[in-house]
Design a protein around this ligand. Structure first.
Ligand code: AMP
Ligand code: MG
Length: 405
């Protein structure tokens, strides 16, 4: 038995970051950048107008008012995309639209609402603003600036920034392939009609979703019976994956074969059992360059072990620099009546009231149940040897990743 921290460290220490590939920008949402993105230009690339109006010289309008408008002559018309040909001189103005390049000579844009015109004559009836209404070249990025860092997960806005910088095929990490194998003679595929004594394989599908959300590519290895030869054969059918997650049989029952399975394959064990509840039965080893991790078949236990051990490993291999769970401090919104001799994780919902974060344990926490984990946005982390918790007690929790794409 090892501590959770030791188990996690052993996994993370062995995790090699995936290969690098280039993919079209349109497919980059949720992918992990495999390069620092350095701007090769100033952005905006030229001084531009942030509004519709007239580009003029401040000196010409600074004393203008409704009663005493400045009278200027329009010399040019500049829609967005146009390149100014003339320089704005004393007493002159260029009609300019939002996004158009500023003409030389002008140092302020007055908005259309502060002007009126008659033919080529422009009347400006308010003084210019001090900030001069110009978006300056390079005000967002400078040439040579690192705008995005390697290991960053591409968000919606990131796609926009990559587009600004002309990255039509950014370099990202390949998604690590993660095999998922359900073991248990009671398991049927989801599509099957139920038979007496049997249940549908829940874990494979739930784990596949978790793997996807962790930046991996799940490989469904199906269900095998509690039979060593069948388990070995199925693993060998799927060689070359980065990580294998199996569920079921990791405990000490007559048909809990995971331990013997590792032995049969000659897989060196990294650790066997982790001091947490639920999720204690975990066996991890290296199968060549791959990780083989056996989790409990109990869906809630399997889910806890995945969150605290397997997700960080997959994220690490997928190239995320932020791969550890995010931890918060919160106040118990309700009491929790059980003592915790072993470190305990509880499915919970955290929420804020007036800036204070509260956490509330959910019903249906049972090892074999899923409803609490489905609703939870946090896992309450109660240290070993804790008494029951009262309302208002300060606790630690980790935030769970909810699906975004
Ligand atoms: P085990 O870890 O094999 O001792 O299984 C513990 C409990 O989880 C038993 O009630 C199993 O029927 C159940 N179980 C095992 N594998 C799965 C699975 N893939 N999906 C849903 N429940 C499972
Ligand atoms: Mg079993």
């Amino acid at each position: 038995m090892v501590t959770l921290e030791d188990a996690r460290q052993v996994l993370l220490d062995g995790g090699q970051i995936a290969n690098v590939t280039r993919i079209p920008l349109a497919k980059c949402l949720g992918r992990v950048l495999a390069e620092d993105v350095i701007s090769d230009m100033d952005f905006p690339p030229f001084d531009r107008s942030p509004l519709d109006g007239y580009a003029v010289r401040m000196d010409d309008i600074k004393t203008s008012s409704r009663d005493n408008p400045a009278v200027l002559r329009q010399i040019e018309y500049l829609p967005a995309g146009a390149c100014p040909r003339l320089t704005v001189g004393v007493g002159e103005a260029a009609r300019i639209m939002t996004g158009a390049k500023m003409p030389g000579g002008a140092d302020v844009v007055v908005k259309l609402e502060d002007t009126y015109s008659e033919g080529q004559q422009v009347f400006v009836h308010s003084p210019g603003r001090n900030d001069k209404n110009i978006c300056k070249r390079g005000e967002e990025f400078r040439a040579g600036e690192v705008v995005l860092r390697k290991g960053y997960c591409v968000q919606e806005g990131t796609i926009g920034i990559l587009a600004i910088l002309g990255r039509d095929k950014p370099r990202v990490y390949t998604k690590p392939k993660v095999g998922i194998l359900a073991t248990g003679s009671e398991l049927l595929p989801v599509s099957a009609k139920l038979q007496p004594g049997m249940i549908r394989d829940t874990n494979s599908h739930m784990l596949a979703a978790k793997v996807r959300n962790a930046g991996g590519a799940p490989v469904m290895m199906g269900q095998v019976k509690d039979d060593l030869a069948a388990m070995v054969e199925q693993l060998q059918n799927f060689s070359g994956l980065s990580v294998y997650v199996m569920t079921g049989g990791a405990s000490v029952g007559d048909y809990d074969l995971a331990g013997r399975f590792f032995e049969r394959l000659g897989i060196p064990i990294l650790f066997d059992r982790v001091a947490i509840k639920p999720g204690m039965p975990v066996i991890a080893g290296r199968w060549g360059d791959s990780f083989l991790i056996a989790l409990s078949g109990n869906p809630a236990a399997c889910s806890v072990s995945f969150e605290v051990l397997v997700r960080p490993l997959i994220k690490r291999i997928a190239g995320f620099t932020q791969f550890e769970p995010i931890r918060i401090r919160a106040k118990m919104a309700e009491k929790f009546g059980k003592a915790s001799p072993v470190r305990r994780f509880i499915w919970a919902v955290c929420f804020a009231i007036d800036g204070v974060i509260f956490v509330s344990p959910l019903d249906h926490q049972g090892n074999g149940m899923l409803r609490a984990s489905e609703k939870a946005n946090a896992l309450l982390d109660i240290p070993a040897n804790s008494p029951p918790l009262d309302r208002g007690n300060e606790v630690s929790a980790i935030l769970l990743q909810r699906t975004t794409i």
